[in-house]
Unconditional design. Structure first.
Length: 219
């Protein structure tokens, strides 16, 4: 193994809108995995779902508002600025070139996202560029999911403890516990669409931005 370097977390998603459960995942990953920082990467055009109701630029702004003031968080706007489909492998290739071959990078995933990893574009190449850290909250773990055999084999072969993340640039799979917060972006959008309050489910700065720009309201 090489000399240890403090790993950098990479947290992608549509963040439509960003909320407190997203923020807790990033914060708890920093502590559990001893990360140098978490780099938030809002998706520009997510290929696996319908185009979000709000623009990529608005989602990017909300992430910037939500993460402001936390010195362990930074925001990467490249996927939004690219104005093309956002594929994780392309982002990892870009970041690997940016950070160089030795810097440990850790892709942060919730258990539900990790369970669908085999459907991602060039998914097996992800491990060439980064580790994968899977956040598991009570009742939502990989043990409760039915994984494709190829994914089960990959996760089993690459299973490691958290300290391993800092000794190599990528290739390991680790798990970390996450506080259970029953908050979903879908439910938030439903509340906002019917004129109900979403306060305390997401940061006040994001609530104020949504209200100022009349986001998620049905006509």
């Amino acid at each position: 193994m090489s000399e240890p370097r403090q790993a950098i977390g990479l947290y992608g998603g549509t963040f439509n809108p960003v909320h407190h459960a997203h923020l807790r995942l990033a914060e708890e990953a920093c502590d559990a995995l001893n990360l140098q920082e978490v780099r938030w990467i809002p998706a520009g055009q997510p290929p696996h779902r319908e185009a979000p109701q709000v623009s990529a630029e608005q989602r990017l702004t909300m992430v910037r508002l939500a993460t402001a003031g936390n010195p362990r968080f930074s925001v990467d706007a490249a996927e939004v600025e690219a104005q093309t489909y956002s594929y994780t492998i392309l982002t990892l290739e870009r970041l690997r070139q940016h950070y160089g071959p030795a810097q440990p990078l850790v892709l942060l995933l919730g258990a539900d996202a990790a369970a669908g990893l085999a459907s991602w574009h060039r998914w097996q190449e992800i491990f060439l560029h980064a580790h994968v850290a899977i956040a598991e909250r009570p009742g939502v773990t990989l043990a409760t999911a039915q994984l494709p055999s190829a994914l089960t084999a990959e996760f089993t072969q690459r299973a490691a403890h958290g300290d391993a993340l800092h000794h190599s640039p990528g290739g390991c799979v680790v798990h970390f516990p996450l506080t259970a917060l029953a908050i979903s972006a879908t439910r938030i959008r439903q509340l906002l669409a019917t004129g109900q309050s979403a306060r305390y489910l997401l940061p006040d700065s994001v609530v104020d931005y949504i209200r100022a720009h009349s986001l998620y309201h049905t006509a």
